[in-house]
Design a protein around this ligand. Structure first.
Ligand code: SAH
Ligand code: SF4
Length: 389
């Protein structure tokens, strides 16, 4: 087996002989190395990088500050390819959802959620997911493949372009890896994408405005802390190992004690002084006051500065779970708050997409996707079981 890194200059130049290189997924450094391989000075790579991400150019010929010869070379050797759009769905409140074709009958979704002071894009990192959480429709569909860095960053570029075709204003101010897939099980591609998001010559987002949400892949939480810390959300969902093993099967590999220890390590280098814990509220499963007490104790023992985000479950037919009642969610939240834990409840909007108030309702998302799936991609397994914020 070759041990050449797939995005090293050698590998990129070798690939030129065959398939075009998709430049969307290359960091500035990699692009500099790439153009040097073509006999150009490194700064041309940075210029190219700005054209691709800051200016959103879709064709090499439009990159007028690059020499004509280089542009022509790029036309023959490289490409700027995003996943094709299968469906573009816009709700009255400005929430917009794209279903993208990941090939071979697979589709992924990207969701834009506008709010007064920001525009959040929820991106997918994999087509499907191997973690197989029973309450998640992505988890139910199995795993198709990892997305490439180009396919991840392509979602951001596409959203900015379609949301403001004039290119004057970048609509996306925040990116959350809360779409389809487990980002830390596609670490290298996600890392490149995050680096591009943070780069001032590309999207220039601050570390606090990029959130990676994980079901708890401990070794990669530690690597992200060391290599490129951004805001971290951890899908907790249960206050003890027995229940978490059932809800998030990855817990059998990385149990709570290890996960919480990794969160503590993360806080030392992360851009925020807290970890966000996501907790999906499942009726009769993890939503009793006894669970709340256990959770309070777990957090106190872990000595972790965190915030709790309670997510009302978004039902889908095969899940077998039910959403906790609003009263139950309220009581659970109050118990946590009384213990001094900052707790928020993610709003759902029920059936009426017009009643939306800037927060994505997974209900709508799921139902839309199920409908889209029927219409567009036959038996494609695409559907998010998640909410974006
Ligand atoms: N794989 C990552 C990120 C994608 S899921 C993770 O699990 O964190 C984003 C969030 O949506 C996670 O907290 C996930 O547990 C939650 N989620 C998944 N299915 C859901 C459902 N049916 N209802 C509500 N939240 C769900
Ligand atoms: Fe995968 Fe996250 Fe869904 Fe679990 S909740 S199956 S980790 S996408």
């Amino acid at each position: 087996m070759s041990n050449v890194c797939p995005s090293s200059p050698e590998a990129l130049l070798t690939r030129q002989a065959s398939a075009p290189v998709n430049l969307l997924g290359l960091t500035c450094e990699q692009l500099e190395a790439y153009v040097q391989g073509l006999g150009e000075k490194a700064f041309r790579g940075r210029q190219l990088f700005k054209w691709v991400h800051q200016l959103g150019a879709t064709e090499f010929q439009a990159m007028t500050s690059l020499a004509k010869g280089l542009r022509e070379q790029l036309v023959g050797l490289a490409e700027l390819r995003e996943l094709p759009i299968l469906r573009d769905h816009q709700s009255a409140d400005g929430t917009r959802k794209w279903l993208l074709d990941a090939g071979q009958g697979n589709a992924i979704e990207t969701v834009y959620i506008p709010e007064d002071d920001r525009g959040t894009l929820c991106v997918s990192s994999q087509a499907g997911c191997t973690v197989a959480c029973g309450f998640c429709s992505t988890g139910h569909q199995g795993f198709a493949r990892n997305l490439t860095a180009a396919e991840i960053i392509g979602q951001v570029r596409m959203a900015n372009r379609l949301l403001d075709p004039s290119g004057r204003r970048a609509a996306v101010s925040n990116v959350v890896f809360m779409g389809m897939g487990e980002p830390l099980l596609n670490y290298e591609a996600v890392l490149s994408a995050v680096r591009i998001l943070l780069d001032d010559n590309a999207y220039g987002l601050s570390r606090r405005k990029v959130t990676v949400s994980t079901s708890g892949v401990v070794p990669f939480i530690e690597r992200l802390a060391a290599e490129c810390p951004v805001a971290l959300a951890v899908s907790l969902h249960a206050p003890n190992d027995a229940l978490r093993n059932r809800l998030v099967p990855l817990n059998k590999k990385y149990p709570l004690a290890e996960l919480l220890a990794a969160c503590r390590v993360y806080l030392q280098s992360g851009p925020r002084d807290f970890i966000t814990f996501e907790y999906v509220m499942l009726h009769g499963v993890n939503d009793s006051l006894q669970h709340a007490r256990e959770l309070i104790e777990l957090i106190a023992k872990a000595k972790l500065h965190c915030k709790l985000n309670l997510i009302p479950f978004n039902p889908f037919p095969a899940s077998g779970y039910r959403r906790s009642s609003p009263e139950n969610v309220k009581q659970f939240a109050q118990a946590l708050q009384a213990a001094g834990i900052v707790t928020t409840v993610r709003k759902t909007r029920g059936d009426d997409i017009d009643a939306a108030c800037g927060q994505l309702a997974g209900d709508i998302q799921d139902r839309t996707l199920i409908r889209m799936r029927r219409i567009d991609v036959g038996s494609s397994p695409s559907a998010l079981g998640s909410q974006a914020l």
